[in-house]
Design a protein around this ligand. Structure first.
Ligand SMILES: O=C[C@H](O)[C@H](O)[C@H](O)COP(=O)(O)O
Length: 239
């Protein structure tokens, strides 16, 4: 493992723990997707096991989150049997100064947006590499589409000035298939000046299920960073 990988792992672990520590007993918890949230799920499981935390129920945002929650002993529920989510913990691929996000690097943004926006408190967990001045500067915007519509959706996105690319599988021939059985188009925009408007415009293309722009969805981002050689966590609160 390189020193860079070590640092990234340490930052993710630390921030995952900090988020898990904020969960209180008897909470219904939205369980996000990705490598950072995976640590939060693991630490929630540890707190349950030690008896420090009691009676939490998780709402998974993906097959990955569901499998991890089962592995770490977190009981699960679904949205048809609960009427609230107290807190959701989820990662992000980019965070801008207004705390708007790009998500969906793991193709889970559709279910994540449902769960995260239902939560009374949505905590984002990232390492410091995810902070950007402007959304779209390092990451493409993921757009989930129903399979029969992928070609016209790509043409419509080109007309909006985006450069669309069908996301292809790794160790799987052909496209990535989401937990809903759909496809993902990653879109490079030269400049995202109005994320709120772009989020709506993309979702308005027939055949699009959901895109990875999360605008005004969170007031709290926890950032894992390395300071003086030690992992630490910084809070960014929306003012
Ligand atoms: O679809 C995946 C999610 O939006 C993830 O939360 C996001 O990609 C961040 O993942 P990671 O913590 O692995 O960087």
């Amino acid at each position: 493992m390189t020193a860079e990988m070590d640092a990234s792992k340490l930052m993710k672990q630390q921030v995952g723990k900090a988020a898990a520590d904020r969960v209180q007993s008897s909470s219904i918890v939205g369980l996000g997707t990705g490598s950072t949230t995976a640590y939060a799920i693991q630490f929630l499981g540890d707190r349950l096991k030690s008896g420090e935390l009691k009676d939490i129920i998780g709402v998974p945002t993906s097959f990955q989150a569901e499998v991890l929650a089962r592995e770490y002993g977190i009981p699960l529920t679904t949205l048809d049997v609960i009427d609230r989510i107290d807190i959701a913990i989820d990662g992000a691929d980019e965070v801008d100064p207004q705390l708007n996000l790009i998500k969906g690097g793991g193709a889970a943004h559709t279910r994540e947006k449902v769960v995260d926006t239902l939560a009374a408190e949505f905590i984002v967990v990232v390492d410091s590499s995810k902070l950007v001045d402007k959304l779209g500067s390092t990451f493409k915007v993921p757009v989930e589409v129903i399979p029969m519509a992928y070609a016209p959706v790509m043409r419509a996105i080109e007309k909006l000035g985006g450069k669309p690319e069908l996301r292809m599988g790794v160790k799987k021939a052909g496209p990535v298939v989401t937990d809903q059985g759909n496809m993902v188009i990653d879109v490079k925009f030269d400049s995202i000046d109005n994320p709120a408007e772009l989020e709506k415009t993309l979702n308005n293309i027939p055949g699009v299920l959901e895109n990875g722009l999360f605008v005004n969805t969170t007031n709290l981002v926890l950032v894992g960073e390395i300071k003086d050689g030690q992992p630490s966590v910084r809070e960014i609160v929306k003012g």
